[in-house]
Write a protein that binds this ligand. Structure first.
Ligand SMILES: Nc1ncnc2c1ncn2[C@@H]1O[C@H](COP(=O)(O)OP(=O)(O)OP(=O)(O)O)[C@@H](O)[C@H]1O
Ligand SMILES: [Mg+2]
Length: 309
């Protein structure tokens, strides 16, 4: 039973706000909408940048399509890029929705912990999960000194995704100027030997404390994101992978998440990364599971049972 952002909401199943990019939902949003509606939900697709705080409303929140009322659940497909002020306000809306009793997937706290790679890495370490040697600090000169000490390193944008902006710095490579990285240098040991010919890592999709699906990503270059052209290959995770993926999601408080695992040269498995708004198109291409439907099912159970947290 679809409802548009400006139309009235019919009576029926739980009302869900699906937050997408302002220019419209992507493949994932369309899949998710179909799956949620097939399970009886009423989905209003909108964008966080269209939401407002408004003291004239009883809820104090103006979510397009809800006429001053609130949804029962909110699914965040995208927060969208924006200024520091815009992102702060959008996360404020998500915090407020959660505080008002709306089940938000993933909630603002989990998004904040995942989107800032340094915080995610710290939470992995604190949870006792093996993760690559990483130092995140401000300042070009301090980063240059650290680099001299450590040899080949990987530099990542603090807010990067899909492999964009990830750089390998070998001896002689210049460290990018501070404007390019917002003066924050996330520097990590490079986990491949100089003669590596095969590049692979694993993506494990977790939801509600269980593994939904997993794949190996085989790349022609060392950056093995599907978005960068790596080939997804179906993979049955072993106990260690399962354990690390579930604990990584728990460490950041994510209801669902894409966890990246990688092997060091000596064969040790490490938790590389976690994504609180994971894409699953590549994974869906090799998985027998209807991923959108599995996520929709878990989310709607959580919406139905929601207890304050
Ligand atoms: N320290 C490293 N050593 C070797 N390869 C790495 C290292 N860090 C990242 N890579 C490769 O680069 C890819 C992208 O890195 P990473 O997953 O950290 O960032 P991202 O994909 O941009 O962020 P997100 O996973 O949040 O979307 C990894 O999948 C992996 O193949
Ligand atoms: Mg990644």
């Amino acid at each position: 039973m679809p409802a548009s952002a400006d139309g009235s909401i019919p009576r029926g199943g739980p009302r869900i706000a699906l937050f997408v990019e302002d220019d419209g939902g992507d493949w994932h949003a369309r899949r998710l909408t179909r799956a949620l509606e097939a399970r009886g939900a009423i989905v209003v697709t909108t964008s966080l940048n269209r939401c407002a705080f408004d003291t004239r409303l009883t809820s104090g929140l103006d979510i397009p399509g809800f006429q001053g009322g609130l949804p029962e659940g909110a699914f965040v497909r995208s927060v969208s890029a924006g200024s520091l002020e815009q992102i702060t306000m959008r996360l404020g809306i998500l915090h407020a929705l959660e505080a008002a009793g709306v089940r938000v997937w993933n909630n603002a706290r989990a998004i904040e912990r995942c989107v800032d790679k340094s915080t995610a890495t710290w939470r992995f370490q604190r949870a006792g999960l093996p993760t690559p040697v990483t130092r995140t600090a401000e300042g070009h000169d301090a980063a240059a000194a650290y680099r001299k000490e450590r040899g080949t390193l990987v530099l990542k944008p603090l807010f990067g995704s899909q492999g964009n902006g990830v750089k390998r710095l070998s001896d002689g490579d210049e460290l990018p100027p501070s404007e390019e990285v917002g003066d924050v240098y996330y520097l990590q040991e490079y986990l491949r030997g100089p003669d590596a010919a095969t590049f692979e890592d694993w993506r494990v999709l977790v939801s509600c404390g269980r593994i939904l699906s997993a794949m190996k990503r085989r790349g022609r270059t060392w950056i093995t994101n599907v978005h960068q052209g790596a080939e997804p290959v179906v993979h049955e995770p072993d106990d260690e992978m399962r354990d690390y993926a579930l604990r990584a999601a728990l460490a950041v408080g994510a209801d669902y998440a894409g966890v990246d695992l990688i092997r060091a040269i000596d064969g040790r498995l490490l938790v590389l990364e976690i994504n609180s708004n994971p894409a699953w198109k590549g994974l869906q291409s090799v998985s027998g599971l209807d991923i959108a439907d599995a996520l929709a099912a878990d989310f709607l159970v959580d919406v139905a049972n929601r207890v304050p947290r």
